[in-house]
Design a protein around this ligand. Structure first.
Ligand code: F6P
Length: 553
């Protein structure tokens, strides 16, 4: 199906004009004043009823401001938004990224060998596995020391150079799966065009033992290309300027073989992916080469299997039993009816320290949109702001605002039954904090309770916790490559469902273009020797002049 047909097919009337949306608005008026304390008091089994086990993940969603009626209404909204049909359209390779006329097939990256998924009449699954096999062969050569650097030394350092989806997924996955990584090797990630990022990443590295992976879907991104050229100079400087050394120390991950050759990397050392993989959905494509080098091909495939398990669950489970659908409709409930502006993601697992940063691109680049598929302005709020930090650090920083501030901040708590580093009582103490925080957020502390503790009257208002702050708790047995795959796919598909309900295109990112274009115009104005004629607004002109003065001093 062409992009135009796909767009037409999913053109529905504005979601906020639908009967289902209006029913939710009316329902919200009732629910806005209901406290979680009442909901739990009314139903002693609420905790069990509003929890779900699927594909090895546990979700407790009982501490949300919902009833059975709320969920029914939200599922009706999802049905009216043709979520089921849209899921099928994605899984069958239809061009649902209508503004870029592309299929959206990150699910093909983890499809098992033998499955068939067609794009423009070609089954893409064999191509996916051919690249995975090539990555595995390369990873084995590097990890075993068979691949030697230009001077014959084995590669000990891997530097991924990329930005956005070509960085955040790899960094997050490396940190998340460090426990499984090859500890005799070092992994570094350079993304920022700020030279400090590169300088610090390589300051203690020996070029003769260093491999650069230049990761860029387009191979034209300013930051990545600037860092890639600097890396080339750094390598050549360290290896006496011998150009032939590049072949042993640089590989590329890209969809653009022409640009890769132009840069000077042999396309034999290029790992390919495809335009139907969005940057922020690419960590399980060849963009994950650094991850595979770190954890090995078997663990990487385990991670892909985890993604796939969640894909199958998402495609087949009923809405009531569907983890991504549940997470998505809850997010819509707070975002569009309670007016919540943000979602906090709070992993109680140090290895997931970059997970919130990763989710920021996934969620906000996907659903930060203000026009519908028809190009009409949306009449409802779209993508909430995602943010977060690992627990328990956040507790001693911003949780105060979540507990007693004026804003409603739904939270996703993530924890595990077992620690990968079981040390004394640490893990029970960590997990006690998840339970305590979600309990405190939901139930709070009333004036009576505070007074009952002998608190003087003047202090009572300061010590009241209103409660009624919603949260989800997601748990798994322990953090493994497979579980990481499931977790990422859970959020990917939740983003998809939210975008489908808002009737927006979650798969383009035109909003990042304007700044890039303007920067290209400004670069020569900053670099020119002579004072340039400036034609911006007075503020931008003034900032440019001031910068030129400061750098000249
Ligand atoms: O600027 C946004 C963006 O296009 C992201 O969507 C993408 O992940 C990132 O830039 C990097 O792009 P590339 O992989 O093409 O260098």
């Amino acid at each position: 199906m062409s992009a135009v047909t796909a767009a037409k097919r999913f053109r529905t009337k504005a979601p906020s004009n639908s009967a289902e949306w209006r029913a939710l608005k009316d329902h919200y008026k009732k629910m806005e004043v209901v406290h979680l304390r009442e909901l739990f008091a009314e139903d002693p089994k609420r905790g069990e009823r509003f929890s779900l086990q699927a594909v090895g993940l546990f979700l407790d969603y009982s501490k949300n401001r919902i009833t059975d009626e709320t969920l029914n209404l939200l599922f009706k909204l999802a049905e009216a938004s043709r979520v089921r049909e849209r899921i099928e359209a994605m899984f069958t390779g239809q061009k649902i990224n209508v503004t870029e006329k592309r299929a959206v097939l990150h699910i093909a990256l983890r499809a098992p060998r033998g499955e068939q998924i067609f794009v423009d009449g070609t089954d893409v699954v064999p191509e996916v596995h051919a690249v995975l096999d090539k990555m595995a062969a390369f990873a084995n050569r590097i990890r075993s020391g068979d691949w030697k650097g230009h001077t014959g030394k084995r590669i000990k350092n891997v530097v991924n150079v990329g930005i956005g989806g070509s960085d955040l997924g790899p960094v997050m996955a490396y940190e998340a799966l460090k426990f499984y990584s090859e500890r005799s090797m070092q992994f570094r990630f350079v993304s920022n065009v700020d030279g400090t990022d590169f300088a610090e990443a390589v300051h203690d590295l020996d070029p003769t033992e260093t491999l650069f992976i230049i990761s860029s879907k387009t191979f034209t991104t300013l930051e990545t290309m600037t860092n890639a050229h600097t890396a080339r100079e750094w390598l050549l400087h360290g290896l006496g300027g011998d150009e032939s050394s590049v072949a042993k120390h640089f590989v590329a991950v890209s969809t653009n073989s022409a640009e890769v050759s132009k840069f000077g990397i042999d396309t034999a050392n290029m790992f390919e992916f495809w335009d139907w993989v969005g940057g922020r959905y690419s960590m399980d494509s060849a963009i994950g080469l650094s991850t595979m080098l770190a954890i090995g091909p078997d663990n990487f495939r385990e991670m892909l299997d985890g993604f796939h398990e969640m894909d199958v669950h998402f495609r087949t489970a009923s809405f009531e039993k569907n983890l991504p659908v549940l997470m998505a409709v809850l997010s819509i409930w707070y975002n569009d009816f309670f007016g919540a502006q943000t979602v906090a993601v709070l992993p109680y697992e140090q290895y997931l320290k970059r997970f919130p940063a990763y989710l920021q691109q996934l969620t906000m680049e996907s659903n930060g949109k203000s026009v519908t598929l028809n190009g009409k302005p949306v009449k409802h709020d779209t993508g909430p702001i995602y943010w977060g930090e690992p627990g328990t650090n956040g507790q001693h920083s911003f949780y105060q605002l979540i507990h007693q501030g004026t804003r409603l901040i739904p939270c996703d708590f993530i924890g595990f039954g077992k620690s990968l580093n079981p040390l004394g009582r640490h893990h029970d103490l960590l997990m006690a904090n998840i339970c305590a925080q979600t309990e405190a957020l939901a139930f709070g502390k009333t004036a009576e309770q505070v007074k009952g503790e002998g608190t003087p009257d003047w202090l009572v208002p300061h010590r009241i916790f209103e409660g009624n702050r919603p949260s989800n708790t997601i748990m798994a047995e322990k953090l493994t490559p497979r579980v990481l795959g499931k977790l990422v796919a859970l959020y990917e598909h939740s983003v998809f469902v939210q975008g489908a309900i808002w009737n927006i295109n979650s798969f383009d990112q035109w909003g990042v273009e304007l700044g890039k274009v303007l920067a290209q115009r400004i670069i020569p104005e900053l670099e020119s020797k002579d004072e340039p004629a400036l034609h911006h607004d007075s503020s931008t002109n003034n900032v440019i002049r001031e910068y030129r003065k400061l750098k000249a001093n």
